[in-house]
Design a protein around this ligand. Structure first.
Ligand code: AMP
Length: 125
């Protein structure tokens, strides 16, 4: 079910539980600001989710409330994950769903990173 991009953070969401180590994930990266792990239902040969350690529901929430250092740290972490996965040369796609129209399902900010094949047009019409 899609969720709203704003409101009160629910710390029982699945990514909060992954951050706390309560459920497993296949982590590919972690630093002070973010962790990254493989999506459980990959839509491309590489499909990784990068999430901030902080409790933010969506891009809307994060961009309005997070301190500058946290925003910079998260954005740099996304870039570092792409570099670590050797995707800079072939290319990759970033996508962040925010709220109902985008069909965001997990109410903790996440950036999808897709790669590993030509990804085609940006949106299904
Ligand atoms: P979104 O629709 O942008 O909220 O995407 C949520 C993503 O989280 C989907 O691509 C799911 O496949 C993925 N997902 C849900 N549960 C897990 C999990 N336990 N581990 C890894 N990825 C997950």
């Amino acid at each position: 079910m899609p969720v709203a991009a704003t409101g009160t953070y629910d710390d029982s969401n699945i990514f909060a539980r992954i951050l706390r180590g309560e459920i497993p994930s296949k982590r590919v990266y972690e630093d002070q600001w973010a962790i990254a792990f493989h999506d459980i239902n990959p839509q491309a040969p590489v499909h990784v989710l990068v999430i901030p350690r902080g409790a933010y529901i969506s891009w809307a929430d994060f961009s309005a409330l997070a301190p500058d250092a946290e925003i910079a740290g998260f954005v740099r972490a996304v870039g570092a994950v792409a570099r670590q996965l050797a995707l800079e040369e072939p290319g990759y796609r970033l996508l962040a769903n925010a709220g109902l129209d985008a069909h965001q399902e997990v109410p903790h900010l996440h950036v999808h990173l897709f790669g590993g094949r030509p990804l085609g047009p940006m949106l299904v019409r």
